[in-house]
Design a protein around this ligand. Structure first.
Ligand SMILES: C[S@@+](CC[C@H](N)C(=O)[O-])C[C@H]1O[C@@H](n2cnc3c(N)ncnc32)[C@H](O)[C@@H]1O
Length: 350
């Protein structure tokens, strides 16, 4: 046995363990609003933070110690103060920032709830359905995806489809299938008030959240309905259909893609956004690949298999994505050049 190889592996394993444990404390800080309270405040003592936040000082001390040791908060030992640097605040405190990552600290712990069910399914088949992940999963997905979608969808992603942008400006019928909590649909409805946007999702609690968001925004050109992508309303059809992070999750991807193809009007097009991944395991042997496969095992794949689905998995890659679209009757498939670490963008048309 090569002891040096073992030591390196132990170091790597303990780094992962540390990340997993620290993320739990980050989740507590996120949930209590601590990061928002620290944002823009500069260096503060524990007493000052306790007074401002109203949090129990002993818990606060331990949480701040964790965050300091993990390099999230900067601790000044001489002054005995804690600072959340503005660059870090953009990632953990500011939900309006496109760099906000706080949703991950809600979503990843929610994945852990699936561990017993996934272990059981490994032996006996089936899986853990979406409904068993609970509100933290719905909220975590929304908060992880929303910062990018809200800001980049209209500024960076759609400009790569200038013809669709001008049609959206003129006014067309749009559907976002698997809309979740509705961020993409709401963003489209606000940006293109002449267009009519419909958000569809199978999950009733997600649609409820989306409706509340739409009502708060006062978007009159937007509606949300509980609809299975396997039975989309075909008439009068849509000029533009989108799915964000959905197709790899569904029970029967070919059926949903076929429905999307069938619901498109003449000249319409479909924007499919899926996790970035190579086509083979060999191409995905890096930390981002590990994250995608882990998310897939504990959520994406299992919730499809739970309903006897295909269980495509999140890392299904562009080659299979194209094959599925062609099998569903689409003739055109083009990958859009969007520099994005999380998502791949495909423009698909009949
Ligand atoms: C990972 S979430 C993405 C949600 C949202 N598009 C976003 O970007 O935040 C996948 C969504 O697809 C929905 N979904 C899965 N299968 C579906 C189906 N057959 N029809 C409609 N929605 C479906 C789930 O309920 C879930 O809200």
């Amino acid at each position: 046995m090569d002891k040096e190889v073992m030591r390196r592996f132990m170091g790597r394993f303990m780094e992962m363990t540390t990340g997993a444990a620290v993320l739990g404390v980050v989740a507590v800080a996120d949930r209590t609003g601590l990061f928002r309270d620290l944002q823009g405040k500069g260096a503060q003592t524990l007493d000052a933070i306790a007074e401002q936040t109203g949090l129990e000082p002993r818990y606060l001390e331990e949480i701040l110690a964790t965050l300091s040791a993990a390099g999230i908060v900067v601790y000044d030992a001489e002054a005995d103060t804690y600072t959340l640097p503005e660059e870090h605040a953009a990632c953990v405190a500011d939900e309006s920032s496109p760099y906000f990552l706080g949703g991950w600290s809600q979503m990843v712990p929610a994945l852990y709830r699936a561990i017993p069910g996934v272990a059981e399914a490994c032996r006996n088949g089936g899986g853990v359905p979406f409904s068993e992940f609970g509100d933290d999963m719905i909220d975590g997905i929304a908060r992880s995806n929303a910062p990018g979608t809200r800001i980049l969808l209209t500024r960076k992603w759609l400009p790569l489809m200038p013809d669709m942008v001008s049609r959206l400006e003129t006014g067309i019928r749009v559907a976002d299938v698997g809309c979740g909590s509705g961020t993409a649909a709401l963003t489209l409805a606000r940006a293109y008030p002449n267009s009519e946007v419909h958000g569809y999702d199978l999950d009733a609690p997600s649609i409820e959240r989306a409706r509340v968001a739409a009502q708060e925004a006062g978007a009159a050109n937007l509606s949300f309905e509980v609809v299975d992508g396997q039975s989309l309303p075909g008439d009068p059809g849509f000029d533009f259909i989108t799915t964000f992070d959905v197709i790899h999750d569904v029970v029967d991807p070919l059926a949903v893609l076929g429905q999307i193809r069938g619901a498109l009007r003449e000249g319409g097009c479909y924007l499919m956004v899926e996790p970035v991944a190579g086509d083979t395991l060999a191409e995905n042997l890096h930390p981002a690949g590990a994250l995608t496969y882990a998310m897939s095992t504990l959520h994406c794949m299992t919730q499809s298999l739970a309903h006897g689905g295909v269980g495509l998995g999140a890392a299904w890659g562009p080659r299979r994505a194209e094959q599925y679209c062609r099998d569903a009757g689409f003739g055109r498939f083009e990958r859009l050049e969007v520099p994005n670490p999380f998502n791949a963008f495909y423009r698909v048309a009949p």
